[in-house]
Design a protein around this ligand. Structure first.
Ligand code: IMP
Length: 430
């Protein structure tokens, strides 16, 4: 059985969390490779709803190792809250089931201040970030003024490093954003306490994962956000600041590309986006509202109403190419029940010309109009269906169209919110 990378094919929120939860049963290690507190998985345990930002749902399964890889950016205060919440619910987080990379970069209070201050200042040209400091922390990583988890562990190193970088960040806060500077002393005290509590989990996760692989253990690499939010392959500048696509799995965990395994793409049966940026198939009227209410499309991290629209097969084909997707998990098909007809975008029209390829220039994408294929809808409630063959004819025809247009098979279909509401057409890890 191979290892597997699970990636989102859209602008995030495709329902990766529940697919990861499902596949986690079949692997020994689940490793997250990028993103940070901007992600949010909603998990329901014993009737209680919890939103996790750093730790993935693999932690709920006994005997699995959950790893936060070097490519992730960690907000230690938020991570500790998650650990406390999980423990309060009876799920111990221990050195045996959780590891945090010593090379992951740390989100500092000034990153969050800068993120929010910039967004406020940008007005119309804002990105619509989650305000979790993600852009500024990755920016500091690239500018070589970041602070890594390992540097929190030694008080002298931490203090020296903090003093080296904070002056510049405070100048930026005060003089560019006209905001209050932050106190190095306060941060030092606060983050030293966090470091002490996180110490048991902090490991060289590159070695840890590679040793697990050498011992024949299977690893699931989990991407946060989605391909179209990838800093290189997404709708720049309306993207997140890391590589959400499958290539990020190797860099963000220190596992060579030949070992990360097959790639499964998760696509919602329609599309959503939060934040700003072009979205050709967006439905601003009644249909969009219906998708939003049927699908409960409100952000797990920010609570923002998600923008909703029809499935975009041009973008999906692009995601298949960029990630090397071998098969799809199609989520939330049940949300489409009750529509008279369902649209799939098969091409774009741009300045009178037909485009079959996803344009990488956001200004071009903004000018694209979708060319739709209209498919008949279905009225039946499909949430309790147990096999694809038992789906109404039109729902099967919709899945067939997704396969034909994306060029890859559908492996998994999800039809409702609980673990049981998932139908396998093909089990990639069998
Ligand atoms: P940032 O990652 O907070 O910097 O936000 C950059 C863009 O990515 C914004 O449009 C966010 O709404 C979007 N974004 C970040 N994380 C997620 C996510 O987990 N799901 C959906 N959109 C996200």
């Amino acid at each position: 059985m191979p290892n597997v990378v699970v990636v989102g094919t859209q602008w995030g929120d495709e329902g990766k969390g529940r697919i990861v939860d499902l596949i986690a049963e079949r692997v020994e290690v689940v490793a997250r490779y990028q993103g940070g507190g901007n992600a949010g998985h909603t998990i329901i345990v014993g009737g209680k709803t919890v939103i996790l930002h750093h730790i993935h749902s693999g932690i709920l399964r006994e005997g699995k190792l959950s790893v936060i890889g070097n490519g992730v950016v960690v907000d230690p205060g938020v991570l500790l809250e998650e650990i406390e919440t999980l423990e309060g619910m009876g799920f111990p987080v221990t050195e045996r089931n959780f590891a945090l990379s010593d090379s992951a970069h740390v989100v500092m209070p000034y990153h969050k201040e800068i993120d929010r201050g910039r967004e406020r200042k940008s007005g119309k040209s804002k990105i619509g970030t989650t305000g979790r400091g993600i852009g500024p922390v990755y920016e500091d990583k690239a500018a070589r003024r970041g602070i890594k988890v390992s540097q929190l562990l030694n008080p002298e190193t931490f203090q020296r490093r903090l003093m080296e970088v904070i002056e510049d960040r405070n100048l930026y806060l005060e003089h560019v954003l006209q905001m209050e500077p932050v106190s190095a002393d306060k941060i030092f005290q606060e983050y030293s306490r966090y470091a002490e509590r996180l110490t048991p989990y902090i490991k060289n996760t590159t070695v840890l994962i590679n040793e697990a692989l050498s011992a024949g253990k299977r690893v699931l690499f989990e991407g946060a956000q989605g391909t179209l939010l990838d800093i290189d392959h997404g709708t720049y500048p309306y993207v997140t600041s890391s590589n959400a696509s499958a290539g990020g799995a190797s860099v963000g965990t220190g596992v060579s590309p030949d070992k990360t395994g097959i790639v499964m793409g998760v696509t919602k049966a329609y599309v959503t986006r939060v934040g700003e940026g072009p979205f050709p198939t967006e439905e601003n009227g009644e249909q969009g509202e219906k998708l939003r209410t049927h699908g409960g499309e409100f952000g797990a991290t920010t609570g923002r109403a998600r923008r909703c629209g029809w499935l975009d097969a041009v973008a999906l084909r692009y995601a298949v190419m960029v990630n090397g997707i071998a098969g799809l998990a199609v989520t939330k098909l049940d949300v489409l029940s009750g529509f008279d007809s369902i649209m799939i975008c098969t091409a774009y029209k741009y300045r009178g010309e037909i485009l079959k390829e996803f344009p990488l220039d956001s200004d071009v994408l903004r000018g694209c109009e979708p060319v739709y294929e209209e498919l008949p809808g279905w009225k039946e409630d499909i949430s309790k269906v147990k096999t694809v063959d038992d789906l109404p004819h039109n729902a099967r025809a919709y899945l067939d169209a997704v396969e034909a247009l994306s060029g890859v098979p559908t492996w998994i279909v999800s039809l409702g919110p609980s673990r049981e509401d998932v139908v396998f057409k093909h089990d990639p890890l069998a």
